[in-house]
Write a protein that binds this ligand. Structure first.
Ligand SMILES: Cc1ncc(COP(=O)(O)O)c(C=O)c1O
Length: 352
């Protein structure tokens, strides 16, 4: 809230010059903090208004291996990943199935990667089950066949320690809306530094050029760094909030947040087991973080009853999703779970 108030105050006090004194430096700091979050080198991160836009830019901009047209996507991935390549006639999209509806082992990707595969694009943590994928294994399988690997880490930014070099992915997209608590309009992307000189998005803008303020119309000279993945003027107010969220989670420590969330999800799973409510989230602590989904009849109705009782959950088809953040106390979790389990069981009783 304080960050959003300073946005208004800076603008009011300075007028247009605020761009140069405050706003452009703030965007630079935002890119640097994203670098800290991903453990990515300076110049390899860029800002995007949403993860979908970041994926659109990468879908045309990544230097994919020539002569290949297949994109492999996990069956449990977020829809916008599929849409990116389904909308492009030049690509054949293949979805890697999940045997148990909860996980996809890296071997299932590896088995389907062949000499036609240009890209493996998948999420770090599945939004409907909370399963944390082994990115390094998926990237290794892609690279072994000459394909690239793109990871959507929207559900791990701010709650799982990230290291793009260790994961060995070629591109990574994420944002501040979810576990970074920085609000919308604050997505970002990373591209492996060696690939950046060959990145040429088909769809760009003046802020992707080396010197936007040269106002050069008749030629396009890309920025040398990942800024070439950006487009036009940024929604700066959003980035005040996004930067505050980033600095807060970096200050608290993402590894600390991860431990806390795993403790909370341990307890949620225990409460569900005691109540006999089915869950779709892995038991193994290292394979999940902050999300647990529960089987639920009429999840939208359950969601609105819980909201009226002061508990915020999400509904997804056939499920409710619980995602407590690190600020939730043990006592709040117990009281929240009493209400969640009551509602889920009441919905099941009216079915039978
Ligand atoms: C993993 C994942 N990727 C992408 C998105 C969509 O992001 P955006 O709305 O910024 O395009 C979501 C939204 O919930 C998500 O969970």
């Amino acid at each position: 809230m304080a960050a959003l108030q300073s946005y208004a105050a800076d603008w009011d006090a300075q007028g247009t010059p605020v761009w140069f004194t405050t706003w452009l430096p703030l965007l630079e700091r935002f890119r640097a903090r994203v670098g800290d979050l991903l453990n990515a080198p300076s110049g390899s991160t860029a800002i995007a208004p949403s993860v979908s836009v970041a994926l659109t830019t990468l879908a045309t901009g990544l230097p994919l291996p020539p002569g290949r047209d297949k994109v492999l996507i996990g069956e449990l991935d977020f829809p916008t990943i599929g849409h990116q390549w389904l909308s492009r006639p030049g690509f054949q999209v293949e979805f890697v199935p999940s045997e148990d509806g909860m996980t996809i082992p890296p071997e299932a990707f590896a088995e389907r990667i062949d000499s036609r595969t240009a890209l493996v694009a998948t999420t770090h943590l599945f939004y409907t089950t909370g399963y944390l994928q082994d990115v390094r294994a998926i990237a290794a399988a892609a690279h072994a066949s000459g394909a690239l690997c793109l990871i959507d880490g929207y559900q791990t930014c701010g709650c799982v320690p990230l290291d793009v070099a260790e994961m060995d992915c070629d591109a990574f997209v994420g944002g501040c809306l979810k576990w970074v608590s920085g609000g919308p309009g604050n997505a970002f992307l990373y591209v492996r530094p060696e690939l950046i000189p060959r990145v040429r998005p088909q769809g760009t803008g003046w802020f992707a050029t080396r010197d936007p303020f040269s106002f050069t119309l008749q030629e396009l000279v890309w920025a040398d760094d990942a800024r070439r993945l950006e487009t036009g003027t940024w929604a700066v107010g959003c980035h005040y909030a996004g930067l505050a969220g980033l600095e807060m989670v970096l200050d608290v420590g993402v590894a600390n947040i991860q431990e806390r969330l795993r403790d909370l999800t341990d307890r949620i799973l225990e409460r569900c087991d005691e109540a006999g409510v089915k869950t779709f989230t892995p038991r193994e602590r290292s394979k999940r973080c902050g999300i647990v989904t529960l089987e639920c009849d009429r999840p939208e109705e359950v969601e609105s009853r819980l909201l009226a009782a002061g508990v915020i959950v999400d509904s997804r088809p056939g499920r409710v999703r619980l995602s407590p953040h690190w600020c939730v106390t043990e006592d709040e979790l117990e009281r929240g779970m009493d209400l969640v389990l009551d509602q889920v069981q009441a919905a099941a009783r009216t079915r039978s």
